[in-house]
Design a binder for this molecule. Structure first.
Ligand code: PEP
Ligand code: MG
Length: 861
């Protein structure tokens, strides 16, 4: 039968899927002979079996008891023994870290009589009763599902009645009384073996609690992974004043600086540091107070970073002056730290460029493209906290996760202000621009989660007092900020400021530029931008775009001073009048296009012929139509009638795309004239213009032939008129299923294909792009679909059509240039698909260009 329980000596870090990452890393540390409290792991397969059959599979507990005997031997203590009891912790550990989402039981193995005898024999009754009351509470919370509140209430009430400030003020007798009051709420089973079996089951169950499920949904973690359960000998950071516990990073996770960095609390259990209940001390204090111990810890972090060749996030415990390592994992880091660590580790010779590049999360790189507080801005500081996650955020203050979500849904930027955050707050943290907490350190829940999300966060801001019920916070300086007021956070300095403060971009960060230059060295895919204004085009060049992959000419029509000319053209009742308006539009388009060719000199500019249905240019309301008639000196009745004629039942499937060119060739003639005249003018001005004319929404070869002939004939007119020629490419968008199926015959004439995956997804699924919001959330919620197909390219359906199209087309024309210009062109997983399918380029919005450059390199690596 398959092994269901693995000792720490039996696994390695590569066994992450089976043992969970925490468990696999405990095995790895054990194999490195670091001081790890001994233990074992029940595999993620047991988790799946448990979920399926509703109980632990046969034989598991026999393996557990054998493994317990191994711990007993190594730790010289006996499980269930009263004079020298072995206590264990029972923790979760999934293949992907899900901090704080699942349950833990500590100090397992105690009951009334063991506690009493051990309190006597150990000579440390305070510690024993502290461990015991914690166990009763955790068992009640996790196994019995009672929550922790009833226990917290008893504890608080007890301290209040005796005027005690902190848990540290409780003596052995106090803790004994508290333990017995806890037992009035519930009593765990007396038999430690039963305690263990039931706790293991409870931790497996916690894989499916709502918190964990929500976390998996947000972070795209598959449901099928399951968690391992780790059972490990307890070591006690709360044993005495000579004991403690802490967390550390081998490098600074906020800035990436190469300094050993962390915090700890003496006389405390691990949860106390992370929960932010007491504010921890920095490691510098440990170096001063316990230099030998600090030196040992320093050595361990060096060993671990060298071994893993990546920044590690460590947990340690000191028990009576002895150091124990409880966890190591690859540390979460801010985008700034991610690129700095990658670049530094390459120059330190720890890793190769290719490896460094693979470690960058392209989606995290958004940070460099978004603002930071301008160093020259005036700073009116309300309060200062810990700089837990850098960047800047401005928004209206809200005091609950639900409010954050609700306000954000209304389009408001919000800052979530909490005393501290818990995993229950995740949805609000996701919705907020930034987070501010009064309690907790750099490794508190708020700090860790915000860094993971790449969000600005200030934690441990002790200068503020949060009144969540009264929806306001006050500062030591006497300011009072109510719900809805605007504040700005500087996550890089920890400063909270009133109102909106000017920001600048981190785009020029030298490490970021280094990473981008690596990406450019490795990638095969070219990256272009979707842009139509000079501003966007300039930005796109700045961010490394190698051309424009989609210029939507209709956006040039919407400009305020032109829209009425467009409308007049649409409404014109004679060919002569229509031509007059088209001539004016031609001038507008020509001057716009000329600018784009000049900015993109030396790079291709793909200009798409008019695509949307004409009625989209007309106002909707009768009042506005009448006003328009007035401005154009037309009969209001005639205007309204023409508008009514243009209305369609299914406009997305209606009179749009190249259908406009077939039915109203004069618009296409005007556009082609404008594009090529602009290219000629730009060339005259010294630019190297590379125009590409793109026909949208093609469905048939005959249709393509018709429009291509129209374009070529117009081009010849332009060349004759101006007495000079310019090279141009003529191709089509591929955005209907029929076009994909007929790609082979399209490729006989088209010079390039650009997949318009927005429309292609719409038409493949039959999901209206404009109406999916009504049902897609339910599809995602119920996992009917894994992803929004308009965000992440559906490789099995839409992708299959694309693959067929590219294969058939390349059979006919192996040189055919192929790109993508739908929204998917900036999405890393979709970019990888484009790479693998043999595309030449992707085109995306300017701000996604750097992300696409990195994703394109990763696709190749
Ligand atoms: C597309 O359909 O993918 C596309 C790029 O065109 P648009 O979004 O303008 O319809
Ligand atoms: Mg389209």
């Amino acid at each position: 039968m398959e092994k269901q329980v693995w000792l720490f000596t039996e696994g390695r870090k590569e066994d992450r899927m089976l043992l969970g990452s925490k468990g696999a890393n405990l095995c790895e540390m054990t194999s490195l002979e670091l001081p790890v409290p001994f233990g074992f792991i029940l595999t993620t397969r047991v988790c799946a079996d448990y979920a399926r059959i509703g109980r632990l599979p046969h034989g598991v507990m026999e393996e557990v008891w054998a493994a317990i005997r191994e711990i007993e031997q190594r730790h010289q203590a006996r499980f269930g023994d009263a004079s020298n009891p072995l206590l264990v912790s029972v923790r979760s550990g999934a293949p992907v870290s899900m901090p704080g989402m699942m349950d833990t039981v500590l100090n397992l193995g105690l009951n009334d009589s063991i506690a009493r005898l051990w309190a006597e024999s150990s000579g440390n009754p305070r510690f024993v009763y502290d461990a015991y009351r914690r166990f009763i509470q955790m068992y009640g919370d996790v196994v019995e599902g009672l929550g922790s509140e009833p226990f917290e209430e008893i504890l608080e009430e007890y301290k209040r009645s005796r005027s005690l400030k902190s848990d540290l003020d409780l003596n052995a007798e106090d803790l004994k009384v508290i333990a017995s009051r806890f037992r009035e709420i519930h009593t765990p089973p007396d038999d430690p073996r039963e305690q263990l079996e039931r706790s293991i089951e409870a931790v497996f169950r916690s894989w499916n609690n709502n918190r964990a499920k929500r976390y998996r949904r947000i972070h795209d973690i598959p449901e099928s992974l399951g968690t391992g359960v780790i059972v490990q000998a307890m070591v006690y950071g709360n044993r005495s004043l000579n004991s403690g516990t802490g967390v550390a990073f081998t490098r600074n996770p906020a800035t990436g600086d190469r300094v050993f960095y962390g915090e700890y609390l003496m006389n405390a259990e691990g949860e106390d540091v992370v929960a932010g209940i007491r504010t921890p001390e920095p490691l510098e204090t440990l170096q001063r107070d316990l230099p030998d111990l600090y030196a040992q810890l320093y050595r361990m972090q060096q060993i671990l970073e060298m071994h893993y060749r990546d920044m590690q996030d460590l947990e340690f415990t000191i028990e009576e002056g002895k150091l124990w390592m409880l966890q190591t994992r690859t540390g979460k880091r801010t985008p700034k730290a991610a690129v700095k660590i990658a670049v530094d580790m390459v120059s330190e010779g720890l890793i190769k460029e290719r490896e460094a590049l693979k470690r960058i999360d392209p989606n995290q790189m958004d940070y460099f493209l978004h603002p930071m507080i301008d160093s020259k801005a005036d700073r009116d500081v309300l309060a200062k906290g810990l700089p837990a996650s850098p960047g800047a955020a401005t928004g209206r203050v809200v005091f609950s996760a639900d409010d954050a979500e609700a306000w954000a849904a209304r389009g408001e930027d919000v800052i979530l202000v909490r005393r501290e955050t818990t995993p229950e707050d995740i949805h609000g943290m996701k919705a907020a621009q930034g987070l501010l907490t009064a309690l907790g350190g750099m490794t508190s829940h708020a700090a860790v989660v915000a860094r993971g999300m790449g969000k600005c966060c200030i934690a441990g801001c002790g200068e503020i007092t949060v009144d969540a019920a009264g929806k306001r916070f006050t500062t030591e300086s006497g300011a009072s900020i109510a719900e809805g007021e605007v504040i700005t956070l500087d996550g890089t300095t920890g400063e909270v400021m009133p109102g909106t403060v000017p920001t600048v971009s981190a785009q020029a960060d030298p490490d970021f530029q280094t990473v981008l230059s690596w990406a450019d060295r490795y990638r095969r895919l070219r990256v272009r931008a979707n842009a139509e204004t000079p501003e966007d085009t300039t930005k796109a060049r700045e961010l490394g775009a190698e051309g424009i992959g989609l210029c939507r000419t209709e956006h040039m029509f919407f400009d305020a001073e032109r829209i009425d000319v467009v409308r007049a053209m649409i409404l014109a009742d004679s060919p002569e009048l229509r031509q007059r308006h088209l001539d004016r539009l031609r001038n507008f388009q020509k001057s716009d296009m000329r600018q784009l060719f000049e900015i993109m000199s030396g790079f291709p500019v793909t200009v798409r012929l008019l695509d949307p249905p004409l009625h989209e240019f007309l106002p909707q309301e009768e009042k506005e139509l009448r006003a328009l008639a007035g401005r154009l000196s037309m009969d209001p009745q005639a205007v309204m009638q023409r508008a009514a004629e243009l209305e369609e039942v299914n406009p997305m499937l209606g009179f749009r795309g190249c259908r406009l060119s077939v039915a109203q060739p004069e618009i296409t003639r005007m556009q082609v004239d404008a594009i090529l005249s602009a290219a000629l003018e730009a060339r005259k001005a010294g630019a190297e213009a590379q125009p590409e004319i793109m026909i949208p929404l093609t469905v048939a070869r005959s249709e393509l032939d018709t429009v291509m002939a129209l374009v070529r004939e117009t081009a010849e007119h332009v060349f004759e008129r101006s007495g000079e020629r310019i090279e141009y490419q003529l191709g089509t968008m591929m955005e209907t299923p029929r076009a994909c199926v007929r790609a082979g015959v399209f490729a006989e004439v088209a010079e390039f294909f650009s997949f318009g995956t927005n429309d292609l997804t719409q038409m493949t699924y039959g999901f209206s792009r404009d109406d999916v919001g009504k049902f897609l959330p339910a599809y995602l919620e119920q996992k009917v679909l894994e992803n929004d197909p308009f965000t992440v390219l559906d490789q099995r359906g839409v992708g299959a059509l694309i693959e067929v199209a590219v294969q058939e087309a390349r059979k006919v024309n192996p040189e055919l240039h192929v790109g993508i210009c739908g929204e998917h062109g900036g999405e890393p997983r979709s970019i990888r698909f484009c790479h693998e399918t043999g595309f030449d380029y992707v085109s995306c919005s300017p701000y996604r260009v750097p992300i696409a450059r990195i994703a394109a390199a990763q696709a190749l690596l």
